[in-house]
Write a protein that binds this ligand. Structure first.
Ligand code: NAD
Length: 471
C-alpha cells in the first residue's frame, strides 16, 4: 500500500507538470465527477441509508442534488472565473497592464465530517478542481459506508495522478497532517479544528475551517405561527438535527412560546406521525457514541421536556424533542447540540433576545422569524453570523451565489460557487510594464537631494495625480 508521502509525491509531481492548469482538464474532471454522481446514485443513496438511515428524499436534496447543482454551476461559470480581472489604474501605471490572475495553489487536503458525508467532501473537491488543484480527500470514518464508497469510486472516475482518497480516523488523519499541503480545507468540530490549525502551523499552510456552533433562531413581532412552526421544525429536525446550520435553540417571548407549542406539536405529528420511531422520514443518530453524548446532555438539562424525549439505544433513535424553561446556563446551552433537541429560551423584548445571542460565540447561521421587516433588519444589523436567513432555516446555504462559511468561532473562509474557486486559488497581482515613460521614472531615482520647493511639488504631484486617482 502507498504511504501518505508516496501519494503526496504522486499528486505533487502531477501538479508540477501543469496538467491541472488548462480549463479543458478541469472541465473534463468536473464532468467525470458528474458521471460518478449520476451513474452511482443508487449506491450513494444506499450508503446514506446505512450510515444515518437517511430517507431517500433527504439524501437526494441535501447530498446528490447539492453536489450536482454545484457541478453544473461551476462547469457553466468556470471560464469566466478563470479570466484575468483587470483593475483600475493610477496615472503612474496608466500604460501598464494590471490585473489579478487566479492561480491554483497545489495539493489541497479536504477533511470531511459524517453528517452530510458526500456533499461536504465533494463540494470542496469541485472548488479544488475548478481552481486547478490536485486534492486528497479524507472522508469521515464515522459514516463508514459513504467512506468506503468514496474510496471505491473516486479512483474509478477521476485522474489518479491528481486526486486520491486517504481513509482513517483521528490517528491516521494526524499522521497525514504531518505532511505539507498547500491548503487544508476542514469541515468538522471546533475541538478538532484546533488540532488542524496546530498541524497547519508547522508548515505555514493556509486553512479553511468550516465549523459548527449554536445557531440561534428568534421569533418576534407579528408572525404566522403555523408557517413558523413548520419551517422551524423542518430545519431543526432535518437529518435529525445533525446539521451544522440547524437552528440550535429558539428565543422568543413567553406569549409566542405558548402560541407556538401547539403548532409545533401538530407539525411534528404531521411530519413524523404519532409514533416518530416508526417514521421512515426520521434519520437515526450516527453512532452509539453520539447517541450516548446526546442522551447524557438531555439528562443533565434542567429544562422541561414538553414534546418527545423518547429514545431507543438499540436503533440509535431519539425523538424530536422540545424543551421549555431552559436557562442560559443549562447543559443544552454549553455546546452545539447536533441532535433533535430544541430548547426554547424566553426573552420578553427583541433587545433582550439580541443581547442573549450576542453573549454567545458567533454562530454559523442565524435565523429570525417575523412578518415585520423592522424586526428582521434590527437582528441583521445588531448581530453577526456566518450566514443569515429570515423566515426559514438551512435553505440559504443551497444558493451557490452566496458564500457559505463561518465567522469567529464558527470558522473562516468560505465556498460554494465562485467563493470556493476564490478560496482555493491564489489571487496573483500582476503588473506588466513596458519601456515608456522613463522620464517619469527619473523622479524616483537617486540622487535624491532636492530642494524644499521641488520636494513639495513632487509630493503634491504624487498625492494628487500620480499615485492616487485610480480610474
Ligand atoms: P469531527 O471534527 O469529529 O471530524 C471531522 C473530521 O476530522 C473527520 O474526517 C475525522 O476523521 C477527523 N478527525 C477527527 N479527530 C481528529 C483529530 N484529532 N485530528 C485530525 N483529524 C481528526 O467532526 P464531525 O463529528 O464529523 O462533524 C460534526 C461537527 O462538524 C459539528 O460541530 C458540525 O457543526 C460541524 N460541521 C460543520 C459544517 C460546516 O459546513 N461549517 C458542516 C458539517 C458539520
Amino acid at each position: 500500500m502507498e504511504t501518505h508521502s508516496q501519494i503526496l509525491d504522486r499528486l505533487r509531481s502531477a501538479f508540477r507538470s501543469g496538467i491541472t492548469v488548462p480549463e479543458a482538464f478541469r472541465q473534463a474532471q468536473l464532468k467525470q465527477l458528474m458521471s460518478l454522481m449520476t451513474e452511482n446514485e443508487d449506491q450513494i443513496l444506499d450508503a446514506m441509508k446505512k450510515d444515518l438511515a437517511k430517507p431517500k428524499f433527504e439524501s437526494v436534496i441535501a447530498e446528490v442534488d447539492m453536489v450536482i447543482n454545484e457541478l453544473h454551476f461551476t462547469i457553466a461559470n468556470l471560464n469566466s472565473w478563470m479570466q484575468p480581472e483587470y483593475v483600475s489604474k493610477n496615472l503612474a501605471t496608466k500604460l501598464d497592464d494590471c490585473f489579478v490572475r487566479r492561480e491554483p495553489l497545489g495539493v489541497v487536503l479536504i477533511i470531511g465530517p459524517w453528517n452530510y458525508p458526500l456533499q461536504l467532501l465533494l463540494s470542496p473537491l469541485i472548488a479544488a478542481i475548478g481552481a486547478g488543484n490536485c486534492a486528497i480527500l479524507k472522508p469521515s470514518e464515522v459514516s463508514a459506508a459513504t467512506d468506503a464508497l468514496v474510496a471505491e469510486l473516486i479512483p474509478k472516475y477521476m485522474s489518479q495522478d491528481c486526486y486520491a482518497v486517504v481513509r482513517g480516523a483521528a490517528e491516521e488523519t494526524k499522521a497525514l497532517l504531518k505532511n505539507r499541503f498547500d491548503h487544508i480545507f476542514y469541515t468538522g468540530s471546533q475541538a478538532v479544528a484546533r488540532h488542524i490549525l496546530h498541524a497547519a502551523a508547522d508548515h505555514l499552510t493556509p486553512v479553511t475551517l468550516e465549523l459548527g456552533g449554536k445557531c440561534p433562531c428568534l421569533i418576534y413581532g407579528k408572525v404566522n405561527i403555523t408557517y413558523a412552526a413548520r419551517r422551524l421544525a423542518w430545519s431543526k429536525f432535518f437529518n435529525t438535527g445533525q446539521s451544522c446550520v440547524a437552528p440550535d435553540f429558539l428565543v422568543c417571548s413567553k406569549a409566542t412560546r405558548d402560541a407556538l407549542l401547539p403548532a409545533l406539536r401538530q407539525t411534528l405529528e404531521d411530519f413524523y406521525s404519532k409514533e416518530p420511531e416508526s417514521s421512515a422520514d426520521l434519520p437515526r443518530i450516527v453512532s452509539p457514541r453520539h447517541w450516548t453524548r446526546l442522551m447524557e446532555l438531555l439528562k443533565r438539562s434542567k429544562g422541561k421536556v414538553v414534546m418527545g424525549g423518547e429514545s431507543n439505544e438499540e436503533n440509535k433513535y431519539i425523538a424530536p424533542t422540545v424543551l421549555v424553561d431552559v436557562a442560559e446556563d443549562d447543559a443544552l446551552m454549553e455546546e452545539e447540540i447536533f441532535g433533535p433537541f430544541l430548547p426554547i429560551l424566553t426573552a420578553e423584548t427583541l433587545e433582550e433576545a439580541i443581547a442573549l445571542i450576542n453573549r454567545q460565540e458567533k454562530p454559523l447561521a442565524l435565523y429570525v422569524f417575523s412578518e415585520e421587516s423592522s424586526v428582521v433588519n434590527t437582528v441583521l444589523e445588531k448581530s453577526s453570523s456566518g450566514g443569515f436567513c429570515s423566515n426559514d432555516g438551512i435553505i440559504h446555504m443551497a444558493l451557490p451565489t452566496l458564500p457559505f462559511g463561518g465567522v469567529g468561532a464558527s470558522g473562516f473562509g468560505s465556498y460554494h460557487g465562485r467563493w470556493g474557486f476564490e478560496t482555493l486559488s491564489h489571487q496573483r497581482a500582476v503588473m506588466l510594464r513596458g519601456w515608456t515613460l522613463e522620464r517619469l521614472n527619473g523622479l524616483r531615482y537617486p540622487p535624491l537631494h532636492r530642494g524644499q520647493a521641488e520636494l513639495a511639488a513632487l509630493d503634491h504631484l504624487c498625492q494628487t495625480q500620480l499615485l492616487t486617482h485610480v480610474m
